[in-house]
Design a protein around this ligand. Structure first.
Ligand code: KIV
Ligand code: ZN
Length: 512
């Protein structure tokens, strides 16, 4: 078996999703779990895009050991300098340079000739090599590029010193046969290809990212760029869990093996979903809540007789155990802390004390507290604004079948003043949002409101996610509470606070 290396780009490509912006401590927490999961390289961000992203990459590079750390740069010195400054303290630093290779990108985006772009790429690799021997070059939009020019580019950047050449299907355009063919041609026709690791990076616009990635592996790619839960631009990137489990289920077919500790997959998926607020669809392969649920009678009967009749993966391989640990108000500090540890969340003493108070409050209202509740509570606590933002001081709603729902909301404003307003609406949440709008008095448009219950049962916590457009930009806000209206209000204020503490993020697709 040959080794297949895994680069995780959840913190860079995954984080490019509108509204999925993470704080530096949130990114660090995900990076720690990715290291436990066993990824070979973590792509931690795009340092030139904003001071906040630079800081997050630097924190990750300083702390994470035994795992490669990379970050993205466009093919210009300023970006490469920013990457190096952010990752220089990593144990295994690697600079990632991206530059377009398709004519559509060259003509539309850069307005430069093939020769000029090739020279720019080679010069960028040479510049990066003075900092570290490990330089990755990504040929953006390779899926739609002229194959001869792609071959020429790959050969030239390897000659200039690139140690990893990454072939992205940036727009998710290819099908598995086409993409496999590109990799086959590069593997067999580029004379110096053995001097670099051949990597692939696929997007899911046509739902083929996993299939394309696996086709590339069959044709000789030995590194895959993936994200947890398939997060990423537009329809997302190749999902780590899908590629890794396909290989675990059929190792003889793929003839490769990864270093991923598959039992950490479910935990990592839950962490990413709770910190980004992007929930996983129930029927998502491997990590969806229905991925191992058998509902039809015939299937249930078959599984009870022999699991393998309808199951190709033992749920324990991805860390899903059947026993559900339930905590109550009487569980005691030790049990709560131990459970958090098992869920991969280690809190220092001060933070644990604060968390424990919230746990008791929830356990009083909800009697039985499940893992999902603990994670939702933690995510809620992490979302509390670090600086002073909008804070809910009071909420009263009145409703009944014979009257319009109304809400009275009290807020502490960012300048410390307290204010109160009342409004009516089509429902209690609408009324509360109208009251908040009158206090904030800034234009906004609610694009989406979604509500999910964290666990089953009438006393379950409600998790609300809103997408709010403020000054032309979309912010996602999340809130959890056992009261539906309160969780809606928390989500709304979370979106407003994210807009308030917004960090400017430039896209690597902008021409420098
Ligand atoms: O999709 C893409 O081309 C990218 C590159 C930066 C690898 O994300
Ligand atoms: Zn991408």
């Amino acid at each position: 078996m040959e080794r297949l290396y895994v680069l995780d780009t959840t913190l860079r490509d995954g984080e490019q999703i509108p509204g999925a912006k993470l704080t530096a401590p949130e990114k660090l927490e995900i990076a720690r779990q990715l290291a436990v999961l066993g990824v070979d390289v973590i792509e931690a961000g795009f340092p030139a895009s904003s001071p906040g992203d630079f800081e997050a990459v630097q924190m990750i590079a300083r702390e994470i050991r035994h795992t490669g750390i990379t970050a993205l740069a466009r093919a210009v010195r300023e970006d490469i300098d920013a990457v190096w400054d952010a990752i220089r303290e990593a144990e295994y630093p690697q600079i990632h340079i991206v530059l377009g290779v398709s004519d559509i990108h060259l003509e539309g985006k850069f307005r430069r000739s093939r020769e000029e772009i090739l020279a720019m790429g080679v010069e960028a690799v040479r510049y990066a090599k003075q900092f570290t021997p490990y330089v990755q070059y990504s040929t953006e939009d390779a899926g739609r590029a002229d194959l001869n020019y792609l071959k020429q580019t790959v050969e030239a950047v390897i000659k200039a010193g690139a140690t990893v050449v990454n072939i992205p299907d940036t727009t998710g355009y290819c099908d598995p046969e086409e993409f496999g063919h590109i990799i086959h041609v590069l593997k067999t026709e580029v004379p110096n290809i053995d001097q670099a690791l051949l990597s692939v990076h696929c997007h899911n616009d046509l739902g083929m990212a996993t299939a394309n990635t696996l086709a590339a592996v069959k044709n000789g790619a030995r590194r895959v760029e993936v994200t947890i839960n398939g997060l990423g631009e537009r329809a997302g990137n190749t999902a780590l869990e899908e590629v890794v489990m396909a290989i675990r289920v059929k190792p003889e077919f793929y003839q490769v093996t990864t270093n991923i500790r598959t039992e950490e997959i479910a935990r990592t998926s839950r962490l990413v979903s709770s910190l980004t607020g992007i929930w996983v669809q129930p029927n998502k392969a491997i990590v969806g809540s229905n991925a191992f649920a058998h509902s039809s009678g015939i299937h249930q009967d078959g599984v009870l007789k022999n699991r393998q009749t309808y199951e190709i993966i033992d749920p324990r391989w991805v860390g899903i155990t059947e026993s559900r640990m339930v905590l109550t108000a009487r569980s005691g500090r030790h049990a709560v802390r131990a459970r958090l540890r098992e869920l991969g969340r280690e809190l220092d003493d001060a933070r644990f004390e604060q968390f424990h108070r919230q746990f008791l409050d929830l356990a009083d209202r909800k009697k039985e507290v499940y893992d999902e509740d603990l994670l939702a509570l933690l995510a809620e606590e992490e979302r509390a604004p670090q600086r002073q933002g909008y804070e809910l001081t009071s909420l009263e709603v009145t409703l009944g079948s014979q009257r319009n729902p109304s809400a009275r909301v009290g807020l502490r404003l960012p300048d410390g003043r307290e204010a109160e307003a009342e409004a009516t609406g089509s429902g209690p949440v609408d009324a509360a949002y109208r009251a908040i709008d009158s206090l904030i008095s800034r234009e906004s448009r609610l694009l989406e409101f979604s509500l999910q219950s964290v666990t089953e049962g009438i006393d379950a916590q409600a998790r609300v996610s809103v997408r709010l457009e403020i000054d032309g930009e979309v912010f996602v806000g999340r809130g959890v509470d056992s009261d539906i209206v309160l969780s809606g209000v928390k989500a709304y204020l979370d979106a407003w606070n994210r807009a308030l503490f917004r960090r400017e993020v430039a896209s690597y697709q902008q021409v420098p």
